[in-house]
Design a protein. Structure first.
Ligand SMILES: [Cu+2]
Length: 368
């Protein structure tokens, strides 16, 4: 987008004080400045990876090289005697061929502003019986949120794909190619247990992690070695991963994976229906070094969708997503690891603004 267009857009935005403000139709490819954010976007058609954001900067500092959604895996449970029961698994991929338009929508990419605080960029797709809305939220406070919304049904109790009636789960896989202050990064995991003890771990090599039943929370941070600037990644509304055995048989069994960056792995979703998040040696071989390296952070969502007659009659929207906070000053130090602890609880509360319930209502509104 040309500078003059951005200026006109900004003038237009500040001149109309409306709660959810639709901005002029966005092209399939473009760039934007919003608050202290700058970024580019494109529809990731080549790899069928949804709405892609690139070169994301906060206050001019590179945070994320590329963020994409290569797949949403879906499984309907059937009678739960094996993973093959029921419908699916499906590998839903958003691309030009299944992008659809909401009432009033003029171009494939939607842009809206909420409360003059949050810029939403999103695409709407129809895949099977689903409506899917994939969005990125840029908060002026320094938060970036990828969110997937879904409504509708693709399978019935007899396994008919044109029917309804079975519980299922959606699992979005976000590929987040972070370059926090450059491409030499380290990735940390912070587990807070139910007894409030905190376990901090720096990933030495390619790894998969998931929230445990006795974790109060799990979070990740990424930083340039030696720097006090971080991104903090959390998914507080995420469900626990699929366990082994009935009914889900480890269908989607991790919450994140850290991988060494390889350009050859910047591609669409190549994995089979029962595979996910490869690019890593088998457990008995050492993974590639990720400490201070160029890394890719995969984040996996788990979203249950239970059948009800009401939901079948009037499909409801369900959503899951991540919060990615840019933390540019050190609040506290975890003494054991010398790692900055990013946030105080008070600061967290100040920054969070509980906008999702409002957005859930608003995405069902006509766009104009
Ligand atoms: Cu669903």
């Amino acid at each position: 987008m040309r500078l003059i267009q951005i200026l006109l857009l900004c003038l237009w935005l500040v001149s109309i004080p409306v709660y959810a403000q639709l901005i002029p139709p966005l092209p399939s490819t473009g760039s934007m400045n919003w608050g202290n954010w700058s970024f580019e976007w494109e529809i990731g058609d080549e790899n069928k990876e949804g709405l892609v954001i690139k070169n994301v900067r906060w206050n001019g500092t590179k945070i994320l090289h590329k963020g994409s959604l290569p797949v949403i895996r879906v499984k309907y449970r059937g009678d739960s005697s094996s993973l093959g029961d029921g419908c699916g698994p499906y590998r839903d991929r958003i691309h030009e061929g299944n992008i659809s338009f909401l009432p009033g929508q003029l171009t494939p990419v939607i842009g809206r502003v909420f409360d003059d605080q949050i810029f939403e960029i999103a695409i709407f797709a129809e895949i099977g019986g689903y409506d899917i809305y994939q969005a990125w939220y840029f908060h002026k406070s320094g938060r970036l949120e990828p969110v997937v919304y879904s409504s509708g049904w693709s399978c019935d109790k007899d396994g008919n794909e044109d029917g309804h009636g079975l519980d299922h789960k959606h699992h979005p896989y976000w590929r987040l190619d972070f370059d926090v202050e450059g491409n030499s990064n380290e990735v940390w995991r912070i587990r807070t247990k139910n007894n409030n003890s905190v376990e901090v771990f720096k990933y030495p090599e390619e790894w998969n992690s998931w929230k445990l039943a006795d974790d109060k929370s799990i979070a990740w941070t990424i930083n340039k070695p030696g720097s006090n600037s971080h991104v903090l990644i959390r998914a507080p509304s995420n469900e626990l991963r699929d366990e082994g055995g009935s009914p889900w048989f480890h269908f989607s069994s991790k919450d994140m994976g850290v991988r060494r960056y390889h350009s050859s792995e910047d591609e669409g979703w190549i994995f089979d229906w029962d595979e996910h998040l490869g690019y890593k040696n088998p457990e008995w071989l050492p993974g590639e070094d990720v400490n201070g390296k160029d890394i890719v952070f995969w984040a996996v969502g788990h979203l249950s969708h239970q059948w009800t007659q009401a939901d079948e009659d009037n499909p409801e929207w369900h959503s899951t997503g991540l919060t990615i906070d840019v933390v540019s000053r050190t609040a506290e130090i975890l003494q054991l690891t010398q790692m900055p602890l990013h946030y105080t609880e008070r600061e967290l509360k100040r920054r969070s603004n509980n906008i999702h319930a409002k957005i859930l209502q608003l995405i069902q509104m006509p766009l104009r």
